[in-house]
Design a protein around this ligand. Sequence first.
Ligand code: SAH
Ligand code: AVI
Length: 325
Amino acid sequence: MALDVLRAADDSRAALYDATSRGLRAAAKELPTVWLYDERGSRLYHEITQLPEYYLPVREGEILRARVGAIAERTKAQTLVELGAGDAKNTRFLLDALEGAGTLECFVPFDVSEAMLRGSAQAIGDAYPQISVRALVGDFERDLGGIPPDGRRLIAFLGSTIGNLDPARRRRFLATLATRLGQEEALVVGLDLVKDAARLEAAYNDSRGVTEAFVRNALANANRELDATFDQRRFAYEARWEPEHGWVNIGLRARQAHSVSLGRLALTVAFEEGEPLRVEISSKFQREQFAAEVARAQLRLESWWTDAGGDFAVALVTRDEHHVE
Ligand code: SAH
Ligand code: AVI
């Protein structure tokens, strides 16, 4: 197993600190989502995926199980790249089908969390000894250029992680991907779908409080790394479906007016009573809307598969060869 780091650690930290500083000085305060995914955060996310309320991975697995044969047949991929690979659990459906079809040579898991990536790349390497595994540590919003153009590639972006980008960032991300995708290559995306508010909110307000611990961990990470003074007791956890935006807004709300200092950023941030601090959004999709986003990036929504209940979708996206400028 090979592991390459696409960007010097100093450079990625500098960019993260800069984004953190901007986010906390904005009128609507937010912390970059990357703070969620240290080793503990990745473990907590893994626990979330096992929660009964968090239906996303099971539904995605159902769809993939039924459709990977068609995906393998259509794409004949030699290299499977996975953005935000995490533990790459549902990826195994794709790996099995592509290996079964006899085309797969290489798996490239790509993730910002090196610890997570090492573990999953090793596990995949052990389970699929016939293919090479080349792990990449990088940021999928900045480092897509570092993905080697080797072989005919299928790029997977599973788990509805695309929903953690807001529409403007999704637009940039899809436009960048479009410039990198070869004529015979494809993108397979997992998307959580709009559904009733109660189920959406339950998925982010689980009864065991694992999601709350996952989100609060972002504050703990900022405290440790930025010499910050976020006091967990002064913030309440909140995750609410906002239909006007089409996303679940996930974060913390100041219980009282207070200030937080971030020594490493030379910054003091004043919170008013009741002021929100967004940590993450989780957008939920509808077919027409996603098709329009894809078309705008000069890509084509070739297939759209959902589970029987219509909870989740897997989309196959290719280059739009008929697009006229
Ligand atoms: N695909 C897996 C994991 C989803 S969790 C699944 O479906 O279960 C989201 C993953 O994306 C985490 O492993 C996190 O480390 C990674 N991630 C988040 N932001 C990222 C970024 N900007 N660049 C690369 N990876 C990122
Ligand atoms: C990784 N991502 C798709 C998850 C989601 O559902 O938006 C992250 C998550 N946040 C809280 N629970 C799960």
